[in-house]
Design a protein around this ligand. Structure first.
Ligand code: DUC
Ligand code: ZN
Ligand code: ZN
Length: 461
């Protein structure tokens, strides 16, 4: 690859990149690099590490419904959007063991994924046997965990008392605890009250999960993690107060990390008032402009380390039941394919973050936090040749018309993008070119992860 502007979190350099046997073999200028079978000219374009999307739910049972993608269509969508690694979830079953969920998920994914992938362990019951398995899960190469502080009635919540022995065990074995932070009791109270009054329209989804219900849970998890001297990753942060709490904890030196998503950065709760408002139900809910601005600020100043998609490909069929009452709509949006394009167009091209920061939050930081670095998330000799080429000159409208898989709606319908990925390379092979996917199912692999001591003991990224 020649003539591109190669981007890292701390530098941008015009350079050529040589690839051999799926790895980066050289970075420099043409005459010093080995001759190549194919030379890709990236003049006028950015060459970035392939995106890492550490929060996707491919063909997953969330609530009562299954998301509509599969490990082939789901990872093709990610690849089309410049992403070369995803981290999905292995949901422990009721009465089951977390390792069994991991084996089942691998069976489903291994022959289908088109890019490399990993899993988080999502514990929904902290039984003694489940806690006993934590060292084995980490040893297996899955050192990150997610818990729900909400969804008590659905049987998914881990309560605060149970969190203590779980986090202790994770910390002792070199893992990272993460959570969906919403205050369950407040939300149950507000939802019951709204429904009793007949307040069932979509906007009540947001009104019954006010910012305090998220901020309080972020604060509580930070307290618990700090008390146990443990690291913590907050999934899908959406509120200003949460940004402030995490900024303060990191300033004090605690290893606290968080992610936000493109939908919290670009869509407001006003969407819930539209005739198709029911489609815009997700949890935590979309927020007002004040929160969007705080999230961009947090991204720019280093408080927010990661932008993930929270891909949950629910179609209209899953959203429509919410027309009777917001409580019945499936929670979540498709969008893994739009994550890097939106961050490039809305973030870099609009001057909110630099291209270097974009690389950090869409790739390098996730690689570091979740233990994929330097194999993934950077352009260095010996790293996997996972690359995306971004063209700042392309214009594209996000629409269901050009959706890479069979979705019947897009939360970003009509959003105009200036600049987008035009090529994706996974382990040295071009898998997306001219908007066409050219890879194959099963070419991705499960990647074992190990998180560094630095990440687990200080706010390292
Ligand atoms: N949490 C997620 O991470 N994704 C979709 C729904 C939810 O509650
Ligand atoms: Zn969640
Ligand atoms: Zn999610």
């Amino acid at each position: 690859m020649k003539n591109g502007k190669v981007v890292w979190p701390h530098a941008t350099l015009e350079a050529d990149i040589a690839v051999d046997d799926g790895k980066i073999a050289g970075i420099g200028h043409g005459d010093v690099l080995p001759k190549a079978d194919r030379v890709i000219d990236a003049k006028g374009k950015f060459v970035v590490p392939g995106g890492i999307d550490p929060h996707v739910h491919i063909h997953a049972p969330l609530g009562t419904a299954w998301t509509l993608d599969d490990f082939d269509t789901g990872t093709i969508a990610a690849a089309i959007g410049g992403t070369t690694t995803v981290i999905d979830f292995a949901f422990q079953q009721k009465g089951g063991l977390p390792m069994d969920a991991i084996y089942a998920r691998r069976k489903e994914a291994d022959n289908k994924v088109v890019i490399d992938y990993s899993l988080h362990s999502n514990l929904i019951e902290g039984s003694d046997q489940a806690i006993e398995q934590i060292p084995k899960i980490i040893e297996y190469g899955i050192p990150s965990f997610k818990f729900f502080m909400v969804y008590r009635k659905e049987g998914l919540m881990i309560d605060d008392g149970n969190l203590i022995p779980i986090i202790e065990q994770i910390k002792k074995n070199g893992g990272l605890a993460g959570a969906h932070t919403e205050n369950v009791s407040m939300i149950e109270y507000f939802v019951d009250k709204a429904l009793k009054k007949g307040n069932t329209s979509p906007i009540y989804h947001a009104l019954t999960r006010p910012p305090i219900s998220e901020a309080e849970a972020v604060n509580r998890f930070i307290y618990i993690a700090n008390y146990l001297n443990a690291a913590f990753y907050d999934f899908h942060l959406s509120v200003r107060e949460g940004v402030e709490l995490i900024r303060q904890a990191r300033k004090e030196g605690h290893p606290i990390y968080c992610e936000t998503t493109p939908h919290y950065l670009t869509l407001t709760d006003e969407m819930l008032k539209r005739p198709d408002g029911v489609n815009f139900i997700c949890s935590p809910p979309l927020r007002s402009k004040e929160h969007i601005e705080a999230l961009w600020q947090g991204l720019a100043d280093g408080t927010i380390s990661v932008v993930a998609s929270d891909q949950a490909a629910f179609g209209l069929v899953h959203k429509q039941p919410g027309k009777d009452t917001f409580a019945k709509a499936a929670n979540g949006f498709p969008g893994s394919e739009s994550r890097v394009p939106i961050m490039f167009s809305e973030g870099v091209q609009k001057g909110r973050i630099s291209i270097n920061r974009m690389v950090a939050v869409t790739s390098t930081n996730a690689a570091k936090i979740f233990g994929l670095y330097p194999k993934k998330g950077t352009i260095e000799i010996g790293s996997d040749a996972d690359l995306a080429i971004l063209d700042p000159k392309t214009d594209m409208k996000l629409s269901i018309e050009n959706s890479p898989y069979k979705m019947d709606w897009s939360p970003y319908e009509g959003m105009q993008l200036h600049g987008s990925p035009v090529m994706t390379i996974s382990k040295g092979k071009v898998i997306v070119e001219n908007e066409e996917f050219t890879g194959k199912a099963g070419e991705g692999s499960f990647v074992k992860r190990k998180i560094s001591e630095e990440i687990l003991t200080s706010p390292a990224v």
